[in-house]
Write a protein that binds this ligand. Structure first.
Ligand code: OGA
Ligand code: MN
Length: 292
């Protein structure tokens, strides 16, 4: 396999040509893809037809232990995709129809429009997410990214010194409500308690420091709420300046790999009451999680 790289942004993000995840892959090719992912942190691999769920899962498993489970379990809803490794990111219900207006999942999905990184609300964080495009609405519906290594590098040294020691508390429900979703039921809330993470960490694959923030970030540990909120808002605004942002225009069959420990991303609005958008995600974790 001959792999070619097309840069998509001056700072990061690449399309990888010459790869088909549906076909057997030799160790050298896989090592090359991993090296590209380590450096570029957002990588796209295109296909003429979307990979099947099984092909998607098999490829994803090469990047680390996969998240398995019915998360998030929203009370009273069933699953459209039965594979426990796949998170359904579509606007479709269990029979493939666009969500009804009162479907609680719709409001929660819209929280993806806030800048975030996946699963920062867990102690064992997400490393790579792999999102596959099975149906793209006619007017598109980009996913936007930002490079949190570039953002950290660009911060003034004095600011870096002030914040480097801080810890942030992340909560899934915080971002759902922030995104306009309903307050969770008690049963839902206990499925996802908050987690604490350093505000900056070493991104091991590229050996660069990266800010670690998300819409899930609800406060700075040990700070009054308002002061913490102001710092989180300031840093998210800084990190998402246009110069750091890559907007991915989806093509059917794309599979996008991003590193949650070095990026943030967000969905952009589209007419989700009229058009179907079928996106499916697998997620790798920092280590294997049993029963979560
Ligand atoms: C995700 C996500 C954004 C989108 O799958 O984690 O945030 O555009 N998706 O669907
Ligand atoms: Mn996401």
């Amino acid at each position: 396999m001959t792999i070619e790289i097309e840069k998509l942004h001056p700072l990061y993000a690449a399309r990888i040509h010459g790869v088909d995840i549906r076909k057997p892959m030799d160790a050298a090719s896989l090592a090359q893809i991993k090296a590209v992912a380590a450096e570029y942190v957002v990588c796209v691999i295109g296909h003429d037809t979307p990979p099947t769920n099984d092909e998607h899962i098999a490829f994803s498993a090469k990047f680390g232990p996969l998240q398995r489970g019915k998360a998030p379990k929203i009370a009273g809803t069933e699953m459209r995709i039965a594979h426990p490794e796949i998170l359904d990111q579509s606007n479709l219900d269990e029979v493939g129809e666009i969500y009804s207006d009162d479907d609680r999942r719709l409001a929660y999905k819209r929280a993806n429009r806030l800048w975030h990184t996946d699963m920062s609300f867990y102690d064992v964080r997400a490393t790579y997410s792999l999102l596959a495009a099975h149906l793209v609405p006619p007017a598109g519906a980009d996913t936007e990214f930002t490079d949190m290594r570039a953002a950290w590098d660009a911060l003034p040294d004095a600011r870096k010194a002030e914040i480097a020691h801080l810890e942030v508390e992340h909560s899934y429900w915080y971002s759902r409500v922030l995104g306009g979703g309903p307050q969770p039921t008690d049963e839902e809330r206990i499925t996802r308690p908050p987690a604490r993470h350093a505000i900056v960490h070493l991104h091991a694959p590229s050996n660069r420091k990266a800010l670690y923030l998300a819409s899930h970030a609800q406060n700075i540990v040990g700070w009054p709420e308002e002061k913490g909120r102001a710092l989180i808002d300031e840093l998210i605004a800084f990190a998402t300046q246009p110069r750091f942002v890559y907007a991915h225009q989806w093509r059917l069959g794309d599979i996008l790999i991003w590193d949650n420990l070095a990026t943030m991303h967000r969905a952009t609005p589209f007419d989700d009451r009229t058009f179907r958008r079928d996106m499916r995600r697998t997620t790798c974790r920092e280590r294997e999680i049993i029963d979560a």
